[in-house]
Design a protein around this ligand. Sequence first.
Ligand code: BGC
Length: 556
Amino acid sequence: MKDSPSKNNHLWYRDAVIYEVPVRSFCDSNGDGTGDLKGLTGKLDYLQELGINAIWLLPFYPSPMRDGGYDIADYLGVDPQYGDLSDFKELLKAAHERGIRVITELVLNHTSDRHEWFQRSRRAKPDSPWRDFYIWSKTPEKYSKARIIFKDFENSNWSWDDLAGAYYWHRFYSHQPDLNYDNPLVREEIFRVVDFWLEMGVDGLRLDAVPYLFKREETDCENLPETHDYLKELRAHIDSRFENRMLLAEANQWPEDARAYFGSGDECQLAFHFPLMPRLYIALQREDRSPVVEILERTPPIPDNCRWAVFLRNHDELTLEMVTEEERKFMYQHYAPDPRARINFGIRRRLAPLLNNSRRKIEMLNLIIFTLPGIPVHYYGDEIGMGDNPDLPDRDGLRTPMQWSSGINGGFSSSAAARLYLPPITDSEFNCERVNVLDQERDPRSLLKWMSRLIRIRRNCRTLSRGTLRILTPAPFEILAFLRCWQGEDILVAVNLSPTPLKAKLDLRDYNKIIPVDVFRGKKLPLIGEDPYPLTFGPHEYYLLSLREPGEELGA
Ligand code: BGC
């Protein structure tokens, strides 16, 4: 558990539990209405108590904030609303002292149009090195096979710039021009940015929108070999200069394509598993494990030193790009009946509202992602079951102030309510009087306490972070069951995806004569024999069983 970042451990990420946190939303230390780095530093004890051992910070660099900070105007600074570089160094130090690693964003595909590079580029002569920092064209016809990602906001990946007298390419908002990776100067500048943050002590970088770096005619401009070559160079560059650093790929792709971001262990150490996520919700709603089992079976093996990053929610819409048309309709119908919840190819809702605030369902989905192979990535506020606001623009409804208490502004800020960067959640079910950290810290049965227990179980159990996966297929397809095995300490996870009580018999012949121990309840179950092992499930009930004696050690 005391895995201090100063310790030489280049595989630290294998045992990580990552907490995703927008600095803006977490805690305001100076009463100006916006969360800041000092505020986050002040809340590290809370995060340590929760049990996580890595934080992933959303962009905190100078930015016009037209895309939550993913529109960067200066890669090497801190936006004044969050503090300054010394505040960031202080945060790093304080996090490391607590054994918490810090992962930041490397938004390498694009910049803000306010970035000095773009301002120079649009003014530079055609074919000059500065002009070449971005992708310009006389016509908007090139790369026509590339899809539009923010389809609710943009109708082309090209926009006209009067000053340049040319179109420029942008994969996201038109105010986020894509950098030109065919220009060696761009590739070098990005190395400089990486060196700047890693020298300071940052432990990992999330590579934002990484599939789109290179563009080639007649392709969809995603996952191109040139992009992978560059990532290999980036990894080699980092490994030659720094120890114990990690790259996390944000590649919203099918498993085969996302798998490519591990290379042969020489690109990223982690990559998000996007297709798994919506299938957890589909399986729950259909009361059928098949969507989850099928996607896991379709997921190719990965190099030993790599891991998937698994998640239920994040700061973006619940993306429905990696599902079929029929599955997308199903998801919209059941999880976003209110059209305000729909955006681009996805659903802008938080975990608790998505699951009708059902404690059982929230626990079950969390249990699954904390026990499947992969590194769990948890979104701030979901540990207390925060709600969302469908009336805020874009994805802001998922990024509202953290609810620390039932006090003024939910304990997030001492500013006047009108100065808050976003209004807090006020609806009757999720407002700060109903949902807040302080109350849940005092209540041993709260979701917060349960999450903290789950996180500790996961962190104390090498089988869950390192073990192999074997999926079981008991007769009722409502039961999702799998075994994690590692060095003789095996774990059985079994959940009832349905609201109906069920009995299932599991093939546990390999565990003949073992007494399973329920890790959550600390109770022994009847001895396993040669016959299929009977388990009785209540509505949405789950088991986490240690199949080794004594299993009690696992409890937190
Ligand atoms: C980030 C989004 C952002 C987009 C453009 C994504 O992948 O997660 O929040 O809007 O990149 O930078």
